[in-house]
Ligand binder design. Structure first.
Ligand code: CA
Length: 332
């Protein structure tokens, strides 16, 4: 297999604080010998654990980029023990375009793992993370939100894993992040995900869904910033006490948590995020987008729970994820 063409412009193991780029050669019409320059900051102070924090795996999600830009600016190497690797804009081309997937190759970075060193731009990025950065890390945090098409209750989440020790370590890290909601998740489409690739390397992995709609809010940005510091403390890299607030434990126990639109149209929401719903309760009406005089389709909850995610734009298409209902877990 050829070597990955990405090269960091800074050393990844030097003491102190370095700001630079992951340089990916990208020959194209407007720049024959051009590059994609993905910003990276590395802080190191002596020996200790390594964490890898990433944002903008999807380019239209902003809490991670905000938290990691701030951390790259504010964190001082003398405060830490170990190493902190920060990549606020993991899929830089998608981030710059404000789109979920890369405008260069149309590839969704979070479905491109383990990647390929001779693949398209996004597959090269995936391969570099999988083969170079993730192996360096003890703990990996990948920020997500709903992007332009979904909106979420702010949660951090761990996955159900085969290894109970690894799962327990992930759950402890997710609880340390301390988002207002903490979730155990079974992915509906796990093949090719960064999550799956990181977990397969035995790492402690935390992911989030902190909001959505293609923007951040003051609240979601605060949650993202606080969570990053809490995780650094949890990892033993930063001294101090983590900020603690209440966190509601959620579960998504089955496929019936997910509700998909069965027609196109105009969405009339009948429940908002955080609302409690009984099975059969109305979630939304979908009105025809092209005529009057036709009744709306009513979409109902498959199960009891609270509305944890919803379709964001005012128009929906058949097959879109319209709503996700999570169950509130009993306190441990
Ligand atoms: Ca996402």
């Amino acid at each position: 297999m050829p070597a990955n063409p990405i090269s960091p412009t800074i050393p990844l193991d030097a003491e102190g604080k370095q700001h630079g780029f992951l340089r990916l050669p990208h020959s194209r019409n407007d720049s024959a010998w051009g590059s994609v320059m993905i910003p990276i900051t590395v802080l190191r102070n002596g020996d200790g654990p390594t964490v890898l924090f990433t944002g903008a795996n999807h380019g239209d999600e902003y809490e991670g980029p905000i938290a990691l830009q701030a951390l790259a600016h504010e964190l001082r190497p003398e405060e830490i023990t170990g190493r902190v690797i920060l990549v606020p804009y993991m899929n830089l081309p998608a981030f710059r375009a404000g789109t979920r997937v890369s405008p260069i190759d149309g590839v969704n970075l979070n479905r491109a793992f383990p990647g390929a060193p001779d693949g398209s731009v996004t597959r090269k990025i995936a391969h570099y993370f999988n083969h170079v950065l993730v192996p360096m890390a003890d703990l990996v945090l990948d920020y997500h939100s709903g992007g332009k098409t979904l909106d979420f209750l702010p949660f951090a989440c761990a996955h159900y894993l085969d290894d109970p020790h690894q799962q327990a370590a992930c759950v402890a890290a997710v609880e340390a992040f301390n988002a207002p909601y903490t979730l155990m998740l079974r992915e509906i489409d796990a093949v090719g995900m960064y999550d799956t690739a990181v977990e397969a390397q035995g790492k402690v992995f935390v992911t989030t869904e902190l909001g959505g709609g293609g923007t951040a809010t003051a609240r979601s940005a605060r949650i993202a910033r606080r969570g990053a510091r809490n995780l650094l403390i949890h990892a033993g890299i930063l001294a101090g006490e983590p900020a603690r607030g209440p966190s509601v434990r959620l579960d998504m126990p089955g496929d019936d948590c997910f509700h998909f639109a069965d027609c196109d149209g105009l969405v009339e929401p009948l429940a908002d995020l955080g609302d409690s719903l009984a099975a059969g309760a109305p979630l939304a009406r979908i009105w025809p987008a092209d005529r009057t005089g036709v009744p709306a389709r009513e979409c109902r909850a498959n199960r009891d729970g609270i509305l944890a995610a919803r379709h964001f734009p005012g128009l929906v298409q058949t097959g879109d994820c319209l709503a996700v209902i999570a169950t509130v877990a009993e306190p441990a």
